[in-house]
Design a protein. Sequence first.
Length: 344
Amino acid sequence: MKSGSNSIREVAKAAGVSIASVSRTLSNPEQVSEKTRSLVMDAIEKTNYKINRAARNLRMHQSGEILVLVPNLGNPFFSEILSGIEKTFQNTYYNVLIANSLGYDESEDLLAGHLENNHADGIIILDGQVSPRAHSWLSQHAAKHNVIFACEWVDGLEQPIIRSNNAQGAATAIRYLHSLGHRKIAHVTGPKENILTLARSKGVTEEQARLGLTMDPEWVVEGNFSLKSGYRAAEKILAAKNRPTCVFCDSDQMAFGLISRFNIEGIRVPEDISVMGFDDIELSEFYVPPLTTIRQNRHGIGTAAAERMLALIKNEITSGSNQECKIEVELVVRNSCKRITTPK
């Protein structure tokens, strides 16, 4: 296979489009139709055409790298977001680099270190727990480095944000549980200062007020989105003098941990207590019982973040424009919640 313009001609011939259409598909895919994009991608595969990223980046004075910072690479929640990002940058001139932003102890500020020492053309941050050092860098330098927040974000900064409608999702959960007859609804939250916790707690509080429900302080248990914290939260819920009839968890992982501890204690879900999650990670469908939850369009978050990054790099928008994109969520009903005949 020859390289350079001859290869592009071969792709154009195989796709039945012009050389300009092939070039536009590779450099500005959003400017061509889905049909043209599909034809070109199929032709690239058939002709085994290889994009010469190095030569292009040298001409453009770019590194050709997009850095994605993830707070916990071991958390399955992030897999679909990363897939959406990677798929969008596939067959562009950019390679996606993924790094953990969470240090192994409190003294290790990996996020700030990555920001201060990066040479990427863009940075997508999936972590809203920003240290003063990282916050200072973002305030001073983010506009020059094409920074986007996805999933989590930091209030007060001016970078574009791609996120789920967390408050609406939490409100939907409370409304659904109320429709099943539940009036004593516990809430296992994320860390109290986390931006997702604040947004979802707002949705819970506002919907309960709208429905005329009260929240016993014993029914609010702080976790950290992990299996272990859900497991530990079950102890406090079981110890409550006024035991709730259902529990809404701010993550599916916490719901799994909660159900596990309930099972150990002989508490059946949903026969004895209903449990609902938030996220709809892959395991939720196959857990026992299958988990009723709020589905985040995680792949859509990743795709939208990558598309917004391409727009930033091309100067179609500015990093300081604080353009927020809310991705809608969806109720997924499975078998972990039970209708009760009379409100308790």
